[in-house]
Design a binder for this molecule. Structure first.
Ligand code: ZN
Ligand code: ZN
Length: 368
């Protein structure tokens, strides 16, 4: 190819080619029943893990190295020893035990049926364990009232990154490579609102993709950040910690826009709003939670919808940013840790009085 002689013309041509709009054919459907049968796969890449049902330490099973890669991807194993083998070794057993703990399963260390059922579920591509530290099952105690106690499991990225106080009015934009319909943009706008309702943060759409705080795009396979997508189901999306602001979704999924799974819920249908609300949690600084009802729980079955922030999510995000002044706290069960300690002290105080009164009464009986 003959190159243009003028460097200015060359730069202009290069700029045009880099910015050329390459549409990504993400699949959006108004509801689950509108997915054509041809778009519904028979199986996904993780389904073959079901062949390992019943495997435990000491056995060798063909293909087990792929499951080790899965555990490495989500932070449960490290690959400092080179290639993974097909041996069920001690480090895989440890990884399975931590996974079971994070997902509230019996910690058998074996690939029993309930564990594999979780492993093959579609999920967020962000790791559960970052830098070798699992915070998913951190088990902070908080008091719902003076008698009932629940456990909070929200987590943060290492060093708790958050958007700085002076950047509470955040902007977002969609990749110019993915022209999106109003209906799809509406899903993201509703998802942002769920987080702004409970925090002082605001989110507004901007047309300037390069200057937006949060940049949203649909990608297929390897898209340049070392976290390739894997086709239908498997990993659905991933998002980066503050203040990177990148939210990537798998363009190969069958995304459902209106959350309607009433008449049909084919195996591959994924609710876009459920995934968007979860990924925005990451953009704000939240990690994964082991509370199954929480938005920040890592897996979501296809054909299901989970869009309401749970107490666990609200407590987590408010620990980073505080509450929205207009938030009426429709979840009165949220009690900061300091207050919990006071409640516990109060309960202990009451018991001490009872012990004292019973003691004095016993002494009186003894003497008289
Ligand atoms: Zn996630
Ligand atoms: Zn990505």
């Amino acid at each position: 190819m003959k190159l243009p002689s003028s460097p200015i013309i060359l730069i202009v041509l290069l700029t045009i080619s880099i910015n050329a709009v390459i549409p990504i054919s993400a699949h959006f459907y108004p509801n689950a029943s509108s997915i054509p049968p041809s778009a519904i796969p028979n199986k996904t890449s993780w389904d073959e893990f079901n062949n390992f049902t019943g495997c435990n330490k000491g056995v060798k099973a063909y293909g087990l190295h792929k499951l080790k890669k899965y555990f490495e991807y989500f932070g449960y194993l490290n690959n400092s020893y080179g290639n993974f083998s097909d041996e069920f070794d001690g480090s895989l057993e440890d990884a399975v035990k931590i996974y079971q703990l994070n997902f509230n399963l019996n910690t058998t260390g074996a690939l029993d049926e309930p564990t594999l059922k979780h492993i093959v579920q579609p999920r967020c591509g962000n790791a559960d364990i970052v830098n070798g530290t699992s915070t998913m099952h951190s088990g902070r105690m908080f008091s719902a009232n003076s008698t009932i106690h629940a456990v909070a499991h929200y987590s943060f990225f290492p060093n708790r990154p958050r958007w700085p106080r002076q950047r509470s009015q955040l902007t977002y934009a969609y990749s110019p490579d993915n022209p999106l319909s109003d209906a799809v943009r509406g899903v993201f706008s509703r998802s942002f609102e769920r987080w702004s309702e409970v925090t002082p943060l605001t989110f507004s759409e901007t047309t300037s993709y390069s200057r937006a705080d949060i940049r949203i795009g649909f990608y297929i396979g390897d898209h340049g950040d070392g976290e390739p997508f894997d086709g239908v189901l498997g990993t659905l999306a991933h998002a980066f910690a503050p203040t990177v602001g990148r939210l990537h979704l798998d363009g190969d999924e069958n995304w459902i826009i209106d959350g309607d799974f009433l008449n049909s819920s084919p195996y591959s249908a994924v609710d876009l709003e459920s995934v968007a609300v979860h990924e925005i949690g990451h953009l704000l600084g939240l990690g994964h939670s082991s509370v199954e009802e929480a938005i920040m729980y890592p897996t979501i079955s296809s054909g299901t919808r989970r869009v309401e922030l749970s107490n666990d999510d609200i407590m987590g995000v408010q620990e980073l940013y505080g509450s929205n002044p207009n938030y009426n706290g429709s979840n009165p069960t949220l009690t900061p840790r300091g207050e919990r300690d006071r409640n516990v002290a109060h309960v202990l105080g009451s018991s001490s009085w009872i012990v004292l009164v019973v003691g004095i009464f016993s002494l009186l009986v003894l003497f008289f």
